[in-house]
Structure formats: C-alpha cells, structure tokens
Design a protein. Structure first.
Length: 239
C-alpha cells in the first residue's frame, strides 16, 4: 500500500495550508488559558466556524450538493493534520458537522436538508444529541424518554444526561420512545427538537475544572411537530 500523497492530495494540502496561514487565529491557546467565560470562548469559536464555512472548508466529506467538498478520507486526515500543525481552534459545531448533518443527508427529508444543513455548516445553528439517559447509556435502546403523537405533534417528556454542548445548542437530535409495546430496539424515533421550545430545561453538570460543558436535559410535554421526524416513526434504530 502506497501511503504517499497523490498529486491531488498535495494540491489539497497546499491550498488548505495557504488559506489557514491567512485566516486561522493565532491566539487560541492564549484564549483557552485566559480568564473569561465559556460562553465568550464559544462565541469566538462560532465566528471561526463561520470563516471556515465561507472559505469552503466546512463539511469536507459532505456531498457537494449540500455544501460540502466531497472530500476523501485522506483529505479529511490532511485537514485535521493542518489544523493541528498551525494550532487552529476547533469547530464548535462538530456534532452537527460529523453526526447530525450526515444523518440528515442519509435519512432526512429534502425539506429538512434545505432547512438545516447550511446552518450546520456555517455554525449559525449549533446541535447537540439527546441520546444517553441515567439508566440508558451504553444500552441506548433502554431509553425511556417518551413521545406521544397528538394532533400532528409529539408530546415529549423525559430526561437525557451527559449532553455535550447542551448549554450552547439551538437544536437537539433527540431519540425517543414512541411505541412502548415494541421490543426495545424498535419503537424508537428520532426527532429534531428546537431547544427554545417551552418545556425544555438545560441543567449544568459541573466538572472538576469548574466548567459545565456537559448538561442534563429535561423535557416536560415539549411539543414537536411530526414534520421533525427523521426517517420514519418507530424506525429510529436502523440496523
């Protein structure tokens, strides 16, 4: 196996390196160690992601039709190497870029793709994932957060825990139980939930550092339109 970069990969690296030399902030390490709020640092990172998006470097492996570059696995590795080499800041919308966005591309409706994908790329909207629960971590299919369909909306009630970026998120990709009578891997549905909806509560989980990057999420009869189902109802666990 020849692991030497191809001419195309060398061109990709040269183009990326030139862009980073011009645009990448050089004070990220100082900002991390300086006093200041988590919120202020996150706002800085959000602006950085906007620049990456405008430069055409966000969502590298996404299909071009959805704003990506259709990059190869090797090009993604080069991208990661070059960011590390120059000490560039991380992208705050990483869950949207690497997890939520690709899920929508694979299973979302065209309306959902047009509504959400560009804002994921730009960092205009930050996403979290509502998966783990106090009694459903490694065994995700044991989750109990329920959603009952009523007049074109799901009413969602339950709790999630260890939610990365919950405090900063605009939207949540939430896994809920919509059929309590089905075996546990079935009867699950993926919903897109606006974090500003009435009944959504975010509570901090304080770390040893004193920061609260992780959160608990509580849902109390949160109304989610049926149009926010990703894929099909009761088919959130695809095997």
């Amino acid at each position: 196996m020849d692991l030497n970069p191809t001419p195309q990969e060398r061109q990709f690296r040269d183009e990326l390196r030139a862009w980073l030399e011009t645009h990448a902030p050089r004070d990220w390490e100082a900002r991390q160690s300086a006093t200041g709020s988590l919120e202020a640092r996150f706002a800085f990172l959000r602006e950085w992601q906007r620049q990456v998006y405008e430069g055409g470097w966000a969502g590298l492996s996404w299909p071009k039709q959805y704003g990506g570059r259709g990059a190869t696995l090797m090009e993604k590795a080069i991208f990661t190497e070059e960011l590390a080499r120059i000490g560039a800041p991380p992208l705050p919308g990483i869950l949207g870029l690497e997890l939520v966005g690709p899920t929508l591309i694979a299973f979302g409706s065209e309306v959902q793709k047009q509504r959400y994908l560009a804002k994921i790329l730009s960092g205009e909207e930050i996403w979290c994932q509502g998966f783990s629960e106090p009694n459903a971590g490694s065994d995700l299919a044991a989750l109990r957060t329920e959603a009952k369909l009523e007049d074109g909306h799901f009413l969602v009630s339950g709790q999630k825990v260890w939610t990365s970026y919950g405090w900063a998120s605009d939207w949540c990709e939430l896994v809920v139980r919509t059929d309590a009578s089905a075996e546990k891997h079935k009867g699950l549905t993926v919903l897109l939930v606006d974090m500003r909806c009435p009944g959504v509560e975010v509570r901090p989980l304080r770390q040893m550092t004193g920061e609260t990057e992780f959160n608990e999420l509580f849902f109390d009869n949160v109304r989610v339109p049926v149009e926010n189902v990703v894929g099909r109802i009761h088919n959130g666990w695809v095997r």
